[in-house]
Write a protein that binds this ligand. Structure first.
Ligand code: GDP
Ligand code: MG
Length: 435
C-alpha cells in the first residue's frame, strides 16, 4: 500500500548526511511510483514529486534534523497541500438548510446521509430530516427508513410519487412545518454516469437551492473516482466531496487526486457501516495517516468526545505525579469501551496499526484484565504496592485467572507506569492531554 511504499522510499535517504541531486533521485522516483500505483494520476504524481524535489534541494539541512526527517516533513506538507490545506467549512445555516447528496449507485450515499444526519444531530445540535428521493428502487425508501429509525431522525418519503423534484420541494415544506432545520436529500444513483440521472439531480438542485451539494464517492474506485467526480462537478458544480469506505483496502489515490482535479474540498470521510463513524476531513491527518505517522489527533479528539473533562484533568495530574493506579486504569478501560472498536482506536497510535493488523483484538480481551481489577479491593487498586503474595492469590482466585497471569498483568502495569514517567520527562510527553 501507499504508506508502506512511501516509507520504504523515504528509508533510502534516512541514513544520508545531506540531500543532494544524486541521493534524492531514487527516493523521488520511488515516491512517484508509489503514488501512481496508489491510483494517483501520473501528471499529479509527477508535479508532486517535482515540488518535493525542489523543496528538498532548496532546503538547508540543519544539524537538528536528519535529511530523512526533513524529507518526511516536506512530503507531508505537500500531501497536505494537495488535499486542500486545511479543513473546509460546512454550511448548515438556513431555515431549513438544504443538503443535496449525489453520486453513483453503491457509492454510499444513503449510508452517508444517515451518518450526516446523526452527525448534525449529535455534534451540531441541529434537528435534521432525511428525504428519500431515490424513486427508482422501492427498497431505497425502506433502507433510509431503517437507518433513520436507528438514529431517531424523521424520514420523509412519497412512495407513490415518481417525481424527485416534487418530493424534494414537498419535503422542505414539511420540514418547515415540523421545525426541522436541516434537510438531507438522498438521491438516486446509477451504476454509471448517465444523462437522465444528471438531469434529475440538476433539476432537484435548481428547485431546492441547496446550501451544500455533496458528491459521494467510493474511495476504493481509484482513478474512476476522479473521472466520476469530474463528470458530476461539470454538471452540478458541487460544494464538497465525501470519501466513503476508507475502512476498506483503499489505495488512497482518490483522496490525493480529487481535490487537485476538481478543485473542490473533501469535506467528510466515512468508514464502516456504523452510523456514528463519520469524520470531518482534515488534510493534515490524512497526510499523517498516509505516511504512517498514525493519527494521534483523531484519537485524541475521539477520546475527548467521550471523556469527562474533569476526569481527564484529574487523570493528567495523576500521571504527572506518577500516581496512576488500578482504579484509574479501570475507568480508562471503561472509557475505551465506550469509544467503540478497540482495534480501530489502537490502530490510530503511530506504529501500532501495522503491528496489530492481523491480530484479532476483541473487546473480550479486556475482560480478563477487568476481572482482575474487579477482584482487587479499592485499597489495592489505589495502592498497587500493597499487593503481596497472599493478595495476589486472592485476586487470581477471584478473577478465575492463574497466578502467573496476575503476576504478568501487575508487571505490565508497572512497565506502563514507567513509560508514563518517562513521557512526563519529555517536552512533548503530555501532548495528548493538551486541550
Ligand atoms: P448508495 O447506493 O449510494 O445509496 O449506497 P449505500 O449507502 O446503499 O451503500 C452501498 C453499500 O456500501 C451498502 O452495503 C453499505 O452498507 C456499504 N457502505 C456504505 N458506506 C460504507 C463505508 O463507509 N464503509 C463500508 N465498509 N461500507 C459502506
Ligand atoms: Mg441509496
Amino acid at each position: 500500500n501507499l504508506t508502506d511504499r512511501l516509507e520504504s522510499a523515504l528509508k533510502q535517504i534516512k541514513g544520508e548526511g545531506r540531500i543532494t541531486e544524486l541521493n534524492i533521485a531514487a527516493t523521488v522516483k520511488d515516491i512517484r511510483r508509489a503514488l501512481v500505483d496508489a491510483d494517483v494520476n501520473y501528471k499529479i504524481a509527477k508535479d508532486f514529486t517535482d515540488r518535493v524535489k525542489d523543496k528538498a534541494l532548496g532546503e538547508k539541512v540543519l544539524t537538528a534534523v536528519s535529511p530523512g526527517q526533513l524529507m518526511v516533513k516536506i512530503v507531508k506538507d505537500e500531501l497536505v497541500d494537495l488535499m486542500g490545506g486545511s479543513e473546509s467549512e460546512f454550511n448548515s445555516k438556513g431555515n431549513p438548510a438544504v443538503i443535496l447528496i449525489a453520486g453513483l449507485q453503491g457509492s454510499g450515499k444513503t449510508t452517508f446521509s444517515a451518518k450526516l444526519a446523526n452527525f448534525l444531530k449529535t455534534r451540531g445540535r441541529l434537528s435534521p430530516m432525511l428525504v428519500a428521493a431515490d424513486i427508482y428502487r422501492p427498497a431505497a425508501i425502506d433502507q433510509l427508513k431503517v437507518l433513520g429509525e436507528q438514529i431517531q431522525v424523521d424520514v420523509y418519503s412519497e412512495p407513490e410519487n415518481k417525481n424527485a423534484v416534487q418530493i424534494a420541494s414537498n419535503a422542505i415544506k414539511e420540514a418547515r412545518s415540523k421545525n426541522k432545520n436541516v434537510v438531507i436529500i438522498d438521491t438516486a444513483g446509477r451504476l454509471a454516469i448517465d444523462e437522465a440521472m444528471m438531469t434529475e439531480v440538476a433539476n432537484v438542485k435548481s428547485a431546492v437551492n441547496p446550501n451544500e451539494i455533496l458528491f459521494v464517492v467510493d474511495s476504493m474506485t481509484g482513478q474512476d473516482a476522479v473521472n466520476t467526480a469530474k463528470a458530476f462537478n461539470d454538471r452540478l458544480d458541487f460544494t464538497g466531496v465525501v470519501l466513503t469506505k476508507l475502512d476498506g483496502d483503499t489505495r488512497g489515490g482518490a483522496a490525493l487526486s480529487i481535490k487537485y482535479t476538481v478543485q473542490k474540498p473533501i469535506k467528510f470521510v466515512s468508514s464502516g457501516e456504523k452510523l456514528d463513524t463519520l469524520d470531518v476531513f482534515y488534510p493534515e491527518r490524512m497526510a499523517q495517516r498516509i505516511l504512517g505517522m498514525g493519527d494521534i489527533t483523531t484519537l485524541v479528539e475521539k477520546a475527548q468526545q467521550q471523556f469527562d473533562e474533569e476526569q481527564a484533568r484529574k487523570l493528567e495530574k495523576k500521571i504527572r505525579k506518577n500516581q496512576f493506579n488500578f482504579e484509574d486504569f479501570k475507568q480508562q478501560l471503561e472509557q475505551i469501551k465506550k469509544m467503540g472498536n478497540i482495534k480501530d482506536l489502537l490502530g490510530m497510535i503511530p506504529g501500532v496499526g501495522k503491528a496489530i493488523k492481523d491480530i484479532d483484538i476483541s473487546d473480550d480481551a479486556f475482560k480478563g484484565i477487568e476481572a482482575m481489577i474487579n477482584s482487587m479491593t479499592i485499597k489495592e487498586r489505589e495502592d498497587p504496592d500493597l499487593i503481596n503474595m497472599s493478595r495476589k492469590q486472592r485476586i487470581a482466585k477471584g478473577s478465575g485467572k492463574g497466578l502467573d497471569e496476575v503476576n504478568a498483568f501487575l508487571k505490565q502495569f508497572e512497565q506502563m507506569k514507567q513509560m508514563m514517567k518517562m513521557m512526563n520527562k519529555m517536552p512533548m510527553g503530555r501532548m495528548g492531554m493538551k486541550r
